[in-house]
Design a protein around this ligand. Structure first.
Ligand code: ADP
Ligand code: ADP
Length: 218
């Protein structure tokens, strides 16, 4: 499902590698924590999966596709199968929950009726269907993150990536959000979560990929 073969990544004009010789395989349906100190390369790892970045050397294979060879016209289809969730939610402040969730569906040209049905079913699934017409500002941090997760699910992704998804949430809410990721994973979606929240890693007992200074440690 996700394979890294001897992957090196250097950002422009830098001699230092953010990732060095990473070879790792994440099978379909797995739940993985990606951890390591700040600057270890976690975000870079996720961005390589999403083809926001290409490897400097080596190969990243996602859904049997070498990400080096995805054409510009195939990129939207490739990304449709990957949902992404961020620490700061990245919701559009001047759009309702419904508009936030269906923004991408609109760009992809899906009709209004389909967008409404889909938004309603994913919102129901995260328990926030009553927030359909609210604006993000009126929601708590935990609710905003659940909306962001609902948004990541509208395209029925095969892979869900999350970058420090509980970084802005307290302990109780973090557990709630992790349980939601577990439910998503139980439906067969591969889940990769970058986090340095040791509490969550200890509590949820999943496979751990540890990075340090760009090297794979564990
Ligand atoms: P983490 O997510 O584990 O904190 P990152 O993947 O963000 O780690 O960063 C890994 C290394 O790459 C760090 O040394 C960081 O400074 C560097 N880096 C990250 N993004 C960029 C960028 N856009 N340009 C240059 N260097 C970057
Ligand atoms: P459905 O019968 O349409 O699947 P559910 O209430 O079970 O209804 O799911 C709600 C929505 O969440 C669905 O539209 C589904 O496509 C979306 N979804 C996509 N991927 C996942 C996932 N891995 N886990 C949970 N929901 C998902």
């Amino acid at each position: 499902m996700i394979k890294f073969y001897h992957v090196y990544k250097a950002y422009d004009n830098r001699k230092q590698f953010a990732l060095k010789d990473i070879t790792v395989s994440i099978p379909k349906g797995e739940f993985v924590f990606l951890t390591g100190p700040s600057g270890a390369g976690k975000t870079t790892f996720l961005r390589l999966i999403f083809r926001e970045l290409k490897p400097t050397e080596g190969k990243v294979v996602v859904h049997n596709k070498d990400t080096m060879h995805i054409s510009k016209s195939d990129l939207p289809d490739f990304r449709k199968k990957i949902g992404v969730v961020f620490q700061d939610f990245k919701l559009l402040e001047n759009r309702t929950v419904f508009e936030n969730i269906t923004f991408v569906l609109k760009v992809l040209g899906y009709p209004a009726r389909f967008r409404e049905d889909k938004a309603y079913s994913v919102l129901k699934w995260v328990g926030l269907q009553h927030k359909f017409n609210e604006y993000p500002k009126s929601l708590s941090g935990g609710e905003q993150q659940r909306i962001a997760i609902a948004r990541a699910l509208v395209n029925d992704p095969l892979i869900l990536l999350a970058d420090e998804p509980t970084g802005n949430l307290d302990y109780e809410l973090s557990i709630e959000i992790m349980k939601l990721f577990e439910r998503i994973n139980n439906r067969g979606t591969t889940v990769v979560i970058a986090t340095h929240d040791k509490n969550m890693i200890d509590m949820f007992k999943k496979r751990v990929i540890r990075l340090e200074h760009g090297h794979l440690k564990e």
